[in-house]
Design a protein around this ligand. Structure first.
Ligand code: GDP
Ligand code: IMO
Ligand code: MG
Length: 428
């Protein structure tokens, strides 16, 4: 069977976790391909809430899950997620890539220091060590999960790399926080606790596909945070886009046949950078409170704005999105009018495409189309609506969805009307 990929089409937090949980009911394996503990994916099942940073959201259903080579792994975070799920009676069947890189304690110290030093060019990182860890990967000074199980290679790496970090941090007026010996000990200990999960994930994922199994690939973050296709330098350090699903798992493009782009009915952003459709009045607070728009990892209030279709159209292109999953339609319920951005105005010109230059984007004024709003319903009513099917969604909400389909040229195959697993409609 070919694999399916789930990606975020905005700045992250689109509701990927919820959609992956939903699609996991017919998947045999669910694999994460990028990012690290900067992600926060929330799934709600019958009022019970599960939050993941590293484990794929398919874990709740007891599926085989995998963490691909493209992920950066914080061992303590991963082990704590596994133990939390096991305490809730869910067995975690995990394949952890031996090629995935390890987030080391000094990566977090560097992340905090560099975030402060970058000033206005900082993306406002989650301080989980993501940038410095991917930085080491690219500089070829990283430690991989497999290294944790090879004492002599590990010791040689730490002996060589540790002084480099020590010098760098010293230049910032900071201390590494550990000694070389303590770091080696921490790595070996992490390795022994993780060893039972460590495998060649690409081999097993490809075997599963060859055996006709369904493999679902879960992206973290969103297209506009992508290191290549996102709003540089205001994004993250990995590839949350569909191509990242191949490099981040070792599954070739020829084995992927569907890309599901998750789009929130409005836009949110945690962190810094230009955001053309951002709302600056009380309405932003209303959306934030109603939508619970606070960072899952850092609890920072998320900036909120109207749905930016220029951004989404760009994401459809760079990911090859085959269908969209539209989330949080319930949150906009109760507004008399809703707006969507269909183009930008820049220095008197109309821009139809998302610019690469953040300075230009900061000067873009959104050209907004106003659409009629729909009623507000309590969560239980939205669940009833979901059970009754697409035609029972308020008419203006359907028109909004159909407007997005028309603009992007892609069908909206999933509509989410609440955080709960049940508040979901799949259109066939
Ligand atoms: P992710 O990072 O893309 O997985 O998204 P997050 O989990 O960080 O943020 C999405 C938040 O919205 C979570 O708290 C979800 O439980 C919640 N959520 C997902 N879909 C819906 C929806 O359709 N309606 C509402 N009200 N909440 C939703
Ligand atoms: P999920 O998977 C929203 C943002 C941070 C910051 C920038 C870089 O839950 O959608 P980093 O720590 O990666 O170096 O931070 O990216 N960011 C996210 N924003 N959702 C996420 O993940 C994010 N992961 C990183 O706020 O602006
Ligand atoms: Mg999130």
């Amino acid at each position: 069977m070919p694999a399916q990929v789930v990606v975020g089409t905005q700045f992250g937090d689109e509701g990927k976790g919820k959609i992956v949980d939903r699609l996991a009911d017919r998947s045999d394996v669910v694999a994460r391909f990028n990012g690290g503990a900067n992600a926060g994916h929330t799934v709600v099942v019958g009022g019970e809430r599960f939050a993941f940073r590293l484990l794929p959201s398919g874990a709740i259903r007891g599926r085989q899950v995998a963490i691909g080579n493209g992920v950066v792994v914080d061992p303590d975070q991963l082990l704590s997620e596994i133990s939390l799920l096991e305490k809730r009676g869910i067995e975690v069947k995990l394949w952890l890539s031996d090629r995935a890189h390890v987030v080391l304690p000094y990566h977090k110290v560097l992340d905090g220091a560099e975030r402060a030093l970058k000033g206005r060019l900082s993306s406002g990182s989650t301080k989980r060590g993501i940038g410095p860890c991917y930085g080491d990967k690219v500089m070829r000074t990283g430690i991989r999960v497999g290294d944790l199980l090879d004492k002599s290679l590990l010791a040689e790496k730490i002996e060589t790399y540790f002084p480099l970090k020590e010098r760098l941090l010293k230049s910032y007026g900071l201390d590494v926080g550990t000694t070389k010996e303590e770091l080696l000990e921490w790595c070996l200990n992490s390795g022994s606790r993780l060893s039972r999960y460590v495998v060649d994930t690409s081999l097993l994922l490809n075997k599963a596909l060859d055996q006709g199994k369904n493999v679902l690939l879960e992206g973290a973050q969103g297209t506009h945070l992508d290191i290549d296709h996102g709003l540089y330098p205001y994004g993250t350090s990995s590839n949350p886009t569909a191509g990242g699903a191949c490099t981040g798992t070792g599954i070739p493009p020829t084995k992927i046949d569907q890309v599901i782009g998750v789009v929130k009915a409005y836009t949110s952003r945690v962190g810094e950078g230009p955001f053309p459709t951002e709302i600056h009045d009380d309405l932003a607070d209303w959306i934030r409170e109603k939508g619970g728009e606070y960072g899952t990892v850092t609890r920072r209030p998320r900036r909120c704005g109207w749905l930016d279709l220029v951004m989404v159209k760009y994401s459809v292109r760079v990911n090859g999105v085959s269908s969209l999953a539209m989330t949080k339609m319930d949150v906009l319920g109760g507004l008399r009018k809703v707006k969507v951005c269909i183009a930008y105005e820049f220095q008197g010109d109309r821009l139809e495409e998302f610019p690469s230059n953040p300075r230009i984007l900061a000067e873009c004024r959104p050209i907004l189309e106003e659409l009629p709003g729909w009623e507000d319903l309590p969560p239980a009513k939205w669940i009833e609506t979901a059970k009754a099917g697409y035609e029972s969604i308020p008419k203006n909400a359907r028109s909004y969805i159909e407007y997005v389909e028309e603009y992007t040229g892609v069908p909206v195959s999933i509509v989410s009307l609440g955080a709960d697993r049940e508040a979901t409609i799949e259109r066939t």
